[in-house]
Design a protein. Sequence first.
Length: 397
Amino acid sequence: MPKRTYGKEYGFQTRAVHTGNDVDIETGAIKRPITMANSYELPYDPTDVNWSSASGNLYTRNGGSNQKYLQEKLAALEGGEDCIVLASGVAALSGLFFALLESGDHVIFSSVTYIAVYRLLNELLNNKFHVETTIVDTSDLEAVRRAIRPNTKLIHIETPGNPTLTVSDIRAIADIAHENGSLLSVDNTFASPFNQRPIELGADFTVESLTKYINGHGDAMGGAIIGKTKYLDIIRAQSQVNLGGTISPFNAWLIMRGSVTLPLRMRQHNENALKVARWLEKQPSVSFVAYPGLESHKGYETAKKQMSPGFGGVLSFGLKADHDTHNRFVSHLKVITSAVSLGHDESLIVFLGENDERQYLYPDEFHNGFFRFSVGIEDAEDIIEDLRQALEKENLL
Ligand SMILES: *Cc1c(COP(=O)(O)O)cnc(C)c1O
């Protein structure tokens, strides 16, 4: 059978189903198999083989079949030239940062990011490798402009940001970066490519955790970097082959399978999160709701420009209640599970208390403790009823 290719002439759903899959030549199976072998047969004379090469089939740390199939699909979904998948979202972030940044370089990053970004840039690369860092509220374009230095190599933003859902303008920041000879990377984990494609908006790199929406079932870890081949070749050689953050073939296969239903799941996440956000906003005991799809959200206009058809499944909210009441509220929930992570099929909630070390970087309403809530794909009515009965038990209705 000829190889079926599904490029951008096909819709997002068709690509989610087909890209990266093909008929297995040996068996005729219509799903490609999992190749768990970690080694591939060498040519007759192996002495010319480059043992650090990431092209060709050699050794699974240098690149395996299942990860290549997944890379093909993610590049197609994000609208990028090339993709690298690694063992986790953090492996993708560290892979990008280590490959691009040298001591003496300057990096600007969003004040609201996944915690590991803060640790990697502001602590590890800064303290150990003398990379200069500036933390900026990247929802403020003037602040981004002011932070630029002659040696600014990279701007890294997260939008919507974890955990405050702060929205930054991707296209405007890409312009600022490029006018100054810098590169822009965007963490797209919260939106997923179904709702937002940073490369189409001018970003140089999209980085994301596959552990979240792309896999969608909470049972595998992975991360991806999407961008131009000229950069990705360097990252692949350094981060995968020599730093060793390679994804397992089984996880790549699981994520490949989970990603088939990404569009269907995202539609449900978008719809449920908006319903839950609107309901929470009406409760007198709720102090604030942060969701980019609400007209009341500070980043709503920017989100509407760059996110479509929806705003994702994660929101944050606070209660007009003390610390213990927050914990008791969670203990009353029956449908929603108290756990970290997000983008699973099921609803997950986490109470982030009052003493987070980065609280000073968050808007005021986040200073008294708040919930990050990843709204799942259950019936919206059941999710809302679960929240209602838990509020009722604490006399918060
Ligand atoms: C979870 C997360 C990551 C890290 O991904 P892992 O797969 O857990 O390593 C990075 N960025 C964001 C926004 C995340 O939510």
